[in-house]
Design a binder for this molecule. Structure first.
Ligand code: WT7
Length: 645
C-alpha cells in the first residue's frame, strides 16, 4: 500500500496551469537560474517601481542576508484590490457565512476596496504611520480581512493574534511588537459560543508591562456587554462614518515588513516571524494559482483561521492577489453537525477546498452517512495542510468528499516559509496518499544526517537555497533567527522537520525532530507549556511531550512533579489544565497529566525526553538504554502509572 499511486486525472491535466512536462521544465529552470525564473514570475505582481535586481541571498550564518526584488516598490493591498477594479470590480471577493449559517453576505472587489480605503484612513486618523505595529485580535468576519489590508495599505505592520489565545499571550505579543493600536471585536462566535474578545484584550492591557497601546478599535459583532475605557476605546463604525473613502496606497519597498506572525519554537517564548512585501506577494499568489490550479470565477474555501499563516497566505494575500472569490466562514465546519461542511460546499458551489487532516479525521469518525446528501459536483481540487495526513484519512477525503474525482494536494510548508513548499501540482504530479510529493518551483529540499551530510532515505529536512516567500528575520531578534534556522546545518535553512524520500524522489514528512508538537495542525512548543505548568504554585517540575492522538494527530502529555506536601488529586489535575488554558489558550491545555514523583534525568540533570515520549506513546517494550540515567528505577514507576494504555 505504501506505493499506492493516484495518477494525475485526465480531466484535470486537460485544462491546467502546469502539466507534467511544464512542471519538469519550469522546476529545472527555477533551480538552474533563479534570477531569470523569479525575475519573470515577479511580473505577476503590480510594481510601482519595477525591480532591476531579483535575488540577493546568502545563507552563510556569518553573512546572512535574504533580499528579493530589493529595488522594487509596490503595495500589497493595491495588489489585492486596486488592480482588479477595472476588469473585475464587480466580482465577489468574499462570501461570508455566519457561525449559525443564517446570514450570508457578499463583498465585491469594489466594495472591499472602499472598505479598506475607509478603514486605512481611520488608522491614519488615529496616528498610525508606516512601520507602526497594529495588533489584530478578530473573529472570522470581513472586517478582519479589512483590518489586515488597511494596515498593508498605509505600510503599517499587522500582527494578527489568533482569537483562541489567552490575555497573557496577547500581552506577550503586544509587548514584543511594541504595538500602538489593537483592533478587536466585542465578541466572537464559534460553534454557537460567544468568546469575550474585547474582555480578553482588556485583561491583556491591564498587564502593567503593556505600555505602548494608545487606542483600541472595537468592531461590534454581537452587541454583547463589554467594558469601556473612555479615551482609549473607540467604536469601529463611529470612526468609519467620519473617514473618507479615498486613500492612495503607500509605496513600499519590496523588503519593507508586511506582517509579523508569532509561532512556537522548541525553546523560549514564541517568535515573531517577519515577512516582507515583494517576495511574499509573488510567492503567495503564484503558489495559490498553481498548487490549487485556480481559475477565475471559481469559489475557493480555505477553512483556516486568519490567526495562522494559512489564513494570511491562502485566505487573504494569495487568493485576493489572484482576484479569487473566497469563502470566509465564521464558525467551525463540523458544527452544529458533521454535515455542515457538505452544506457549505453545495450552498456556495465551492470548487477548491483547503483544510486540515484533523478536521478530515473528525468528520471520518462521525460516519459517511453525513455526506450522503453532499452533491459536491462543484468540487474540483481538495487541499490539506498542517500535519502529515495518514493515508486512511487521505483516501476518505478523496472518496467521500471528492467522490473520487478530485485530486488531493497535500501541502507541506511552515509559518516561516510564507507559502507552500512541497505539494503535488494537481495537473502534473501523481499523488501518493501520505506524501507531500515534490518541491514547488525554486524549492530545493535536502535530507541530511546529524552532521549535516546529505543522506538518501531518511533524515533532517533542510532547504539549500532561498525562495521569495521566506521569512526575513525574527522581529527584534535577528540573532535568534540565525541561531534557530541557519546554525544547525550551516549554509542551509533548517525546517525542524524530519522526512523520508522514496525511490521516485517523493518526500514523506515524518514530523518534527525538535521539541515542537503539532496538535490539530497547531504548532506548540513543549517548553512553553512546561513553563506555564511550573508557574503554578503547586508544581515543582514538568515535562511535556506529544503522543499519538486519533483526531488531533498529536495530543499533549504532561508529566508533573508536585511540590512536597501537595496532594495529587483529580481537582488539581483539572485545575492545572485550566491553568494552562488561562496562561496560553485552550489549544495548549494538556490532554493527559501524569503525576511523576520524579523525572528521568541523566547524571548531569538533563531530562531524557526520549523515554517520556515512548511511555506516553505506550511503547514501553523497546525503551532502549536506560543505564545513563541517574536513577533508572524512575522509569519503572512512570511505566506502571502511565495514562495512555
Ligand atoms: C509545521 C509547520 C503551514 C501552515 C500550517 C502549519 C507541519 C505542515 C504539513 C504537511 C506534514 C506538515 C510540519 C511543519 N506540517 N504541513 N502537509 N505534512 N507536516 O504551519 O504552524 O508553522 O507548522 O507543520 O511539522 O514544520 P506551522
Amino acid at each position: 500500500m505504501i506505493n499506492d499511486r493516484y495518477p494525475v486525472m485526465q480531466h484535470i491535466a486537460d485544462n491546467t496551469h502546469v502539466d507534467k512536462a511544464k512542471y519538469q521544465a519550469l522546476y529545472q529552470a527555477s533551480v538552474d537560474d533563479p534570477d531569470a525564473f523569479w525575475g519573470e514570475q515577479g511580473k505577476r505582481i503590480d510594481w510601482m517601481t519595477p525591480y532591476s535586481k531579483v535575488k540577493n541571498v546568502s545563507f552563510d550564518p556569518h553573512n546572512l542576508h535574504i533580499r528579493w526584488y530589493e529595488d522594487g516598490t509596490l503595495n500589497a493591498s493595491a495588489n489585492c484590490l486596486d488592480r482588479h477594479l477595472a476588469e473585475r470590480g464587480d466580482t465577489v471577493a468574499l462570501i461570508w457565512e455566519s457561525d449559525d449559517g443564517d446570514t450570508v453576505s457578499q463583498v465585491t472587489y469594489r466594495e472591499l476596496h472602499a472598505k479598506v480605503c475607509r478603514f486605512a484612513n481611520v488608522l491614519k486618523a488615529q496616528g498610525i504611520q508606516k512601520g507602526d505595529v497594529v495588533t489584530i485580535y478578530m473573529p472570522m468576519v470581513v472586517e478582519a480581512v479589512v483590518s489586515m489590508l488597511a494596515c498593508a495599505r498605509i505600510g503599517a505592520i499587522h500582527s494578527v493574534v489568533f482569537a483562541g489565545f489567552s490575555p497573557d499571550s496577547i500581552a506577550g505579543r503586544i509587548i514584543d511588537g511594541k504595538s500602538k493600536l489593537v483592533i478587536v471585536a466585542d465578541e466572537g462566535l464559534r460553534g454557537g459560543r460567544a468568546i469575550p474578545l474585547k474582555g480578553n484584550v482588556d485583561e491583556a492591557l491591564a498587564n502593567s508591562d503593556v505600555t505602548t497601546v494608545e487606542k483600541v478599535i472595537v468592531f461590534k459583532r454581537t452587541g454583547g456587554d463589554i467594558d469601556w475605557v473612555e479615551g482609549r476605546d473607540l467604536w469601529w463604525h463611529d470612526l468609519e462614518a467620519e473617514a473618507g473613502s479615498d486613500c492612495p496606497a503607500a509605496e513600499m519597498n519590496a523588503e519593507d515588513p508586511l506582517f509579523i506572525l508569532y509561532t512556537s519554537g522548541s525553546t523560549g517564548k514564541p517568535k515573531g516571524v517577519l515577512h516582507t512585501t515583494g517576495g511574499y506577494m509573488v510567492y503567495a499568489s503564484l503558489t495559490h494559482e498553481v498548487v490549487f490550479d485556480y481559475k477565475p470565477g471559481e469559489v475557493y474555501w480555505c477553512t483556516a483561521d486568519i490567526g495562522w499563516i494559512t489564513g494570511h497566505s491562502y485566505l487573504v494575500y494569495g487568493p485576493l492577489a489572484n482576484g479569487a472569490t473566497c469563502l470566509l466562514h465564521e464558525g467551525v465546519p463540523n458544527w452544529p453537525g458533521p454535515s455542515r461542511l457538505a452544506e457549505i460546499v453545495d450552498r456556495h458551489q465551492v470548487a477548491i477546498l483547503y483544510t486540515a487532516p484533523t478536521l478530515i479525521r473528525a468528520l471520518m469518525a462521525q460516519g459517511e452517512e453525513h455526506f450522503a446528501k453532499l452533491d459536491g459536483k462543484s468540487l474540483r481540487i481538495l487541499g490539506t495542510v498542517g500535519e502529515p495526513i495518514n493515508p486512511e484519512a487521505w483516501r476518505w477525503y478523496h472518496q467521500v468528499i471528492g467522490k473520487g474525482r478530485c485530486p488531493v494536494v497535500d501541502t507541506w510548508w511552515q509559518t516561516e516559509t510564507g507559502g507552500i513548499m512541497i505539494a503535488p501540482l494537481p495537473g502534473a504530479v501523481d499523488a501518493k496518499p501520505g506524501s507531500a510529493t515534490l518541491p514547488f518551483f525554486g524549492v530545493q529540499p535536502q535530507l541530511v544526517d546529524a552532521t549535516g551530510a546529505p543522506v538518501a532515505g531518511e533524515g533532517n529536512l533542510v532547504i539549500t537555497d532561498s525562495w521569495p516567500g521566506q521569512m526575513r528575520t525574527v522581529y527584534g531578534d535577528h540573532e535568534r533567527f540565525i541561531q534557530t534556522y541557519f546554525s544547525t546545518f550551516p549554509g542551509n535553512y533548517f525546517t525542524g522537520d524530519g522526512a523520508r524520500q522514496d525511490e521516485d524522489g517523493y518526500f514523506w514528512i515524518t514530523g518534527r525532530v525538535d521539541d515542537v508538537i503539532n496538535v490539530s495542525g497547531h504548532r506548540m512548543g513543549t517548553a512553553e507549556i512546561e513553563s506555564a505548568l511550573v508557574a503554578h504554585h503547586d508544581v515543582a517540575e514538568a515535562a511535556v511531550v506529544g503522543y499519538p492522538h486519533d483526531i488531533k494527530g498529536q495530543g499533549i502529555y504532561a508529566y508533573v512533579t508536585l511540590n512536597a506536601g501537595v496532594e495529587a488529586t483529580e481537582e488539581l489535575r483539572l485545575a492545572l489544565r485550566q491553568w494552562v488554558r488561562k496562561e496560553i489558550g485552550a489549544l495548549a491545555s494538556p490532554d493527559l497529566i501524569q503525576w511523576a514523583p520524579s523525572l528521568p534525568k541523566t547524571r548531569s540533570g538533563k531530562i531524557m525526553r526520549r523515554f517520556l515520549r515512548k511511555i506516553a506513546a505506550n511503547e514501553c517494550e523497546a525503551l532502549g538504554d536506560t543505564t545513563t540515567l541517574a536513577d533508572p528505577s524512575v522509569i519503572d514507576t512512570l511505566i506502571q502509572t502511565r495514562l495512555n494504555k
